[in-house]
Ligand binder design. Structure first.
Ligand code: SAM
Length: 433
């Protein structure tokens, strides 16, 4: 019998948060896009990032000023930026080198006058015709970029790579990364790797200047606020590595605030392939995808993955009658997440807290109750669940989801949605010992 069929339905009734009332104050309905993109938060698009107001409130409420704050799935660094704004030391990991590059730029305040001079120097380098610019030689770059865009982008990258100061180079690389989609023929509204031959790609040098100009405003505000609070030198670091090997000593972290990846939802390896290829983080997109927890591309063996959760067993059981492949992906995902919670337990101080922001979804019609599974897993890994907050996600902040019929990413309001998280949960758990 294949192992995936060995998951048994639990006999007792399953934990459910469905009747948890919505806590209105967590919706931050009054916040505009400008508010959620303040300081450095608007540097780069990033799928499924949470709004800074959620991270800030969690850090403020659940950590002391001298606590270390961690985010094991840092993404584009929302938690880390907000922790620094609140004067907490912070550190994070993300397996995605593009995420680490974006986060590094976002957590690094630079004296605005220095950025100004560096931008002028970069502008003059870009105005100088390039004679021997090295052109990337990769079929995937030719797949996504027209020859003129490719030539100009190579010229931009070459000029950026010659910027000597590391922080300034990171700042410009982040700008470069964020213009790639607009400069490519990647269908503008799609989160899936689809080409649009009718698209008129942006002019790279103009797009780069516009992007840098917007980022300079964010940096100036970030710098001024940190300077005013005397927080400019508060340590804040990001490591590109697996959440299950977090770079913190045992029992040293006061608070974890994180939002995990979902299962077979966003393929971060696909979504960040443009930057990953240009910045030479990978030359093999297929392999790149398999780095991520929740990817549908893992090469799974038919073994029994222990999810440490009766709810997860039940979900895998339900899925295995519909699609063994999906059931196996979900079993693997939950088992990986149990290992992440184990790692969080290791690094947290006794009574340290973990705040997990997660929505429930559906796959092949089967409810994937991530929040309930994570609550059970946290319990099994030595945490005590203290609170479950249910928050509404106002429509302007809704993540995109896949449409069941077209497979394309769409907004949650689409009636054929395959997954649904117009609300999400914040689990607050305390380390028992
Ligand atoms: C929902 S996103 C986090 C977004 C983040 N809260 C923000 O505001 O930007 C989940 C992240 O998990 C990362 N991830 C996936 N597998 C990982 C792993 N094994 N170790 C560390 N990070 C991983 C993905 O790259 C992605 O950035």
């Amino acid at each position: 019998m294949p192992a995936v069929l060995a998951y048994a339905q639990p006999e007792s009734s399953l934990l459910s948060f469905a009747d948890t009332p919505v806590t209105d104050s967590w919706a931050f309905r009054d916040k505009t896009r400008k508010d959620t993109a303040y300081i450095t938060h608007g540097y780069h698009r990033y799928p499924a990032k949470f709004i800074p107001q959620v991270a800030a409130r969690l850090v403020e409420t659940h950590s002391a000023p001298d606590d270390v704050v961690a985010d094991v799935f840092a993404g584009c660094g929302t938690t880390l930026v907000e922790a620094k704004m609140l004067g907490r030391k912070a550190l994070g990991t993300d397996i995605n080198p593009v995420a680490a590059m974006i986060t590094q730029a976002k957590i690094t305040p630079i004296n605005p006058a220095t950025v100004e001079i560096a931008h002028e120097q970069l502008a003059s380098a870009l105005d100088t015709p390039a004679l021997n610019t090295a052109m990337p030689d990769h079929e995937r770059i030719d797949y996504w970029f027209m020859p003129e865009q490719k030539r100009q982008l190579a010229h931009c990258l070459n000029a950026i790579q010659r910027v000597k100061h590391q922080n300034l180079r990171q700042f410009f690389l982040c700008a470069f990364s964020n213009i790639l989609k607009n400069c490519s023929i990647w269908a503008q509204k799609s989160n899936k790797p689809i080409r649009d031959y009718k698209k008129n790609p942006a002019h790279p040098i103009d797009a780069l200047h516009r992007q840098i100009k917007a980022m300079k405003r964010g940096n100036a505000e970030f710098y001024a606020r940190l300077q005013q609070e005397k927080y400019l030198d508060i340590p804040c670091t990001i490591d590109c590595r697996d959440a299950r090997a977090f770079p913190a000593q045992d029992s040293t972290v006061g608070l974890v605030v994180t939002s995990p990846p979902y299962v077979t939802s966003y393929e971060y390896g696909d979504l960040h392939q443009l930057a990953a290829l240009w910045l030479e983080h990978t030359d093999d997109v297929a392999q790149f995808r398999r780095l991520f927890i929740g990817s549908a591309y893992h090469k799974l063996t038919d073994e029994l993955y222990n999810p440490y959760s009766p709810q997860a067993q039940s979900i895998v059981c339900d899925l295995s009658t519909i699609s063994k492949k999906t059931a196996l992906s979900v079993a693997h995902y939950f088992s990986s997440m149990a290992n992440v919670f184990q790692e969080m337990h290791r690094m947290l101080k006794p009574k340290g807290k973990a705040c997990i922001v997660i929505g429930n979804t559906k796959l092949k019609g089967v409810p994937i109750r991530n929040a309930e599974v994570f609550a059970e897993q946290l319990d099994s890994q030595g945490f005590r669940l203290q609170d479950v907050i249910k928050r509404e996600i106002p429509s302007k902040n809704l993540p995109s989801v896949r449409n069941e019929q077209t497979g394309r990413f769409t907004k949650i309001t689409d009636k054929n949605q395959m997954m649904a998280y117009p609300t999400e949960y914040i689990l607050i758990a305390e380390k028992k010992t």
